[in-house]
Design a protein. Sequence first.
Length: 243
Amino acid sequence: MAIEATVLPLKTAYAFGSEHDLQAEVDEIRGMEIGWNLSYTSSVRRGYVVELFEKRGLLEEFKAKHWAYGNTPGGVKERDRYLRIKKRYDDFLEGQAPPPDEAEEEADQQFAAEADLRDFLAKTPTCIEAGLRLALSLAAFEARIVEASWFADCAPSLPLGEGFHPRRLRLISSQVGSIAPAMRGRRTHRERLALALDLLADSAFDALLEPPTAFADLPEAMPRLLRGGLCHVVTYRSEACSA
C-alpha cells in the first residue's frame, strides 16, 4: 500500500512547478548551495517552494493534487515551520540573523530531522517491513526492538507468532530527536552539546583526521579522496569543517 505523503514531496513539487511554467525558479531552488546548517537543507528548499507556490497562487492546487496532508492542522503547522526556517536562512545570508533561541533552535532541528526521516521512510515501506521482520527473527530472549520507521497509514504484516511470544520480545517506538526519559533530566540540550564538544577536544581524535584540502582544490583532490580514508577535512572560507 502506498503511504500518503505527510512531508511536502520535493521532487513532486519540482515537477509541478515545471508544469506551471516555473522551470527557472524550480531549477534555482533545486540547485542552490545552502551554506548553512546541513540539518535544514531540505526544509529550507521546502520553504522556498511554499513561498513560490503561494506567490503564484498555486499552493492550494498543489495540496489538492499532491499534498493532501497540507490541508490538515498538522500540514498547516508544517507550512509555517518551513517558512520560518527559510526566513532564518534568508536572515543568515543577509548577516542579520539574531542570536538563536535555544528552545526554538532545538525545536527546528528536531522538526527538520523528523521531516527528512519521514520523507525517506515513507518512500520505502516494503524495505522497512522486511527490516522489522528480520529484527524479530534475530532478536535474542527478552530483547527490546526499537522501531524507528515511519509507517504513516500503512499497515505492516508482522509475524507476531513464531518466536515473538516464546522469546518474550518487546517492540517499542523510537523517540526521534529526544533523549530517553530516564536520561532526559540529567542535562539540558546546551549541557549535552557542551559536553560533546568538550570530549571532542581530546587531541587523541586528531589521529582520525586527514590533512586538510581547500574547497577550491576539491576537483583535483576528488580522485584521491574517493579512494577512501577516515575523516577528511575541507577548509572553506578559512574555516575548517569535516566532510
